[in-house]
Design a protein around this ligand. Structure first.
Ligand code: 6R9
Length: 655
């Protein structure tokens, strides 16, 4: 335990992790970005980002790199003009890459399409012509609720091409969630599909969107892609089939340049209170950082790499690392429609083998699921094409990191653990695969051109070994430009915590290890306080998962009359492990050994499933309801709403 002056003591545990993996000489020698970038980024941040902005094609060059006079409202590349879609599509075709595959699209039922950059240009142009025919004007908002089909990407890029602001709503969100997002942005058009494939079966989608649009007067048209072929309700005059409207459009469209600060998209993310926040991103700065980070962090070589990010486009990772970053870099990428175990648990490895995927970017929750399914499944496929692995979305515990490296990366590939948020727009903290000596569980260092610090309650940077809050103390190009329609909430949520210092408050706890590397400890609201000791849920989860019988664990702080909060752990055992009378005691003792008696869970509950959002985050709020014997709260954002029933019934039968 480390004692910090004036603060509650915090616990060390993750920093007992001492394994370090250096990049090979061969990898470093060929890497896109070397160590010198860190100095360039620190010496003159604006000059560094101006250099990265040269990656893009600008119709008019900017006059000023950063205008921060009206902080916290940033303007980057002031006076510059560009078309985001032309940067992602047209310029690659103009450079002679029209025949290169942009997207190897793999449908869940086994259908597939190879879409070249020339195809992409044609489809995006037709879609843009269709949206223009509907009378949409630059600045109008378009809601998109679609499965992971190519039309989702065409739609986003067509909006960008016309200066329309898209608001993508995850395909599994309820009609209530869709309705509130449409209303908040006053969207005029909704693009959706008749249905979507989920776990091997078609499920309706338009029924859901019809429920939402029955109450959204701003919607003038609903454009419907036929995907599953089921019956759908139809409102004449409002609803239009994609194949009727888009297919007959001219195949060319002249892109017009928009201001660097022209709004590109709104993406809603849940806050700790109130309605979801519409995070606003704009064009030039966003695309610059999405493009640069994709190039630097994944070491992308567009001529030879095949890239695959497993996120959904309904999530920021899909926006920045399926659509804008990769396509601006002229990538060849896999886009997969379905779930990882449809039709079998080796589906991802089969796709990697077939398309010779070389860069694979996924989330810790999925890695732990793969662990649960067993290492023999990936071992049955040829994964030798892989050369960089990425992780995003939550802290990755060292056990999962090592499993990922050994079983997917053949103990050879660098792993980049990338910390960022919907609000930051692009990756902020991550190893560079050709430079960083990676440490399992640590996101390590702000990228070149980025500044982040771990500070105490007063905003004073903590010493090496110390813990506190993660802040971003300098503006960055892809930063959010606000919360749609609510400037006050923007200031309050992100800029009021350290108002005098002008820091952006990320809402994450973090600490420095003895080398000054950053370890993310989970949301500050996930930090428990047990008898005055700060213990992060991640630390306890990590300890539990390090036990050989445990596949996955989620920990919450439940209110406790004596200690303030008590630690309650929900644990999924590995397939082969059978719970018996001693399981709970063994696991409690294991945590005590790993971290210290103070971190020993008050309760360990053996369960079969954990409640997760579609982006893979464990919904601790619901687990807290279980732990505190309350009625279960709002479950609308759960990926699988039956999970809470499973947990409750499983608890009754657990030993
Ligand atoms: C990209 C994305 C943001 C929150 C963030 C943090 C957590 C994301 C992480 C990570 C530790 C990482 N998070 N990446 N924590 N290590 N590599 O996930 O955006 O959905 O907005 O979530 O996710 O808590 O504050 P978003």
């Amino acid at each position: 335990m480390t004692e910090q002056s004036g603060q509650t003591p915090t616990l060390d545990n993750l920093s007992t992790e001492s394994r370090v993996f250096a990049p090979t000489d061969e990898f470093s020698a060929a890497a896109n970005v070397g160590a010198a970038a860190y100095e360039q980024g620190a010496d003159d941040r604006e000059a560094f980002w101006a250099e990265q902005a040269e990656r893009l094609s600008w119709d008019t060059r900017w006059e000023r790199v950063l205008d921060w006079d009206d902080a916290p409202f940033a303007k980057w590349f002031v006076g510059g003009k560009l078309n985001v879609a032309a940067n992602c599509v047209d310029r690659h075709v103009e450079a002679g890459l029209g025949d290169q595959v942009a997207i190897h699209w793999v449908g869940e039922p086994g259908d597939s399409r190879a879409i070249t950059y020339a195809d992409l240009l044609r489809e995006v142009s037709k879609t843009a012509n269709a949206l223009a025919e509907l009378g949409l004007e630059p600045g109008d908002r378009v809601a998109i609720q679609l499965p992971m089909i190519p039309e989702a990407i065409y739609s986003m890029l067509a909006c960008a091409r016309l200066g329309l602001v898209h608001s993508v709503v995850f395909g599994g969100f309820s009609s209530t969630a869709l309705r509130s997002r449409i209303d908040d942005a006053q969207a005029k058009l909704l693009i959706t599909s008749d249905g979507q494939y989920r776990r091997g079966a078609p499920a309706p989608m338009k029924d859901n969107t019809d429920e939402a649009t029955a109450h959204t007067p701003s919607i003038e048209h609903v454009l419907v892609v036929r995907r599953t072929g089921g019956d759908v309700g139809w409102t004449e005059g409002r609803d239009l089939w994609w194949h009727d409207l888009v297919d007959r459009q001219p195949e060319t469209h002249a892109a017009q340049a928009f201001d660097a600060e022209h709004p590109l998209f709104i993406l809603y993310t849940s806050g700790t209170t109130g309605n979801p926040k519409g995070i606003l991103h704009t064009s030039g700065g966003y695309l610059t950082q999405a493009s640069y980070t994709h190039h630097a962090v994944f070491d992308l070589k567009p001529e030879t790499d095949v890239y695959w990010c497993t996120a959904d486009i309904g999530w920021i990772t899909g926006h920045s690392y399926i659509v804008y970053g990769p396509l601006s870099n002229g990538v060849t990428q896999v886009v997969y429609e379905g779930t990882p175990n449809t039709p079998h648990e080796g589906r991802h490895w089969e796709i990697i083998q077939e398309h010779k995927v070389s860069i694979y970017y996924t989330a810790p929750t999925l890695i732990r699921t793969f662990m649960k399914w067993g290492a023999d499944i990936p071992a049955g496929y040829d994964l030798s094409s892989l050369r960089v692995l990425g992780s995003v979305g939550e802290p990755i515990n060292p056990e999962a990191w090592i499993w990922y490296r050994e079983n997917i990366g053949a103990n050879r590939t660098p792993i980049v653990d990338t910390w960022w948020q919907t609000e930051t727009g692009a990756i902020m903290i991550s190893p560079l695969p050709g430079v960083t000596h990676t440490k399992p569980g640590s996101a390590q260092r702000p990228l070149p051109g980025i500044s982040a610090k771990v500070v105490d309650d007063q905003g004073v940077e903590v010493a090496k070994g110390g813990g506190g809050y993660l802040v971003l103390d300098q503006p960055w190009p892809s930063m959010l430009r606000g919360i749609w329609g609510d400037n006050e909430r923007y200031r309050d949520t992100y800029w009021s915590r350290f108002a005098d210092l002008g820091f952006y408050f990320a809402g994450d706890g973090a600490k420095y290890d003895a080398d000054g590397d950053i370890w993310l400890l989970g949301r500050v609201d996930d930090v428990m306080n047990v008898s005055g000791h700060r213990i992060s849920t991640t630390e306890v989860e990590s300890a539990l998962v390090s036990h050989p019988t445990v596949a996955e664990a989620a920990v919450v702080g439940a209110s406790d009359p004596t200690t303030g909060q008590g630690i309650v752990a929900f644990v999924i055992l590995r397939g082969s492990a059978k719970p018996d009378d001693s399981t709970v005691k063994t696991l409690r003792d294991h945590v005590a050994t790993e971290i210290g008696p103070i971190a020993k869970p008050r309760q360990v509950l053996i369960v079969n499933e954990l409640p997760k959002t579609r982006s893979g985050k464990i919904m601790r709020r619901l687990l807290r309801d279980v732990a505190e014997n309350r009625a279960i709260g709002d479950t609308t954002t759960l990926a699988d709403s039956a999970v809470m029933d499973l947990i409750s019934s499983g608890l009754k039968s657990a030993p």
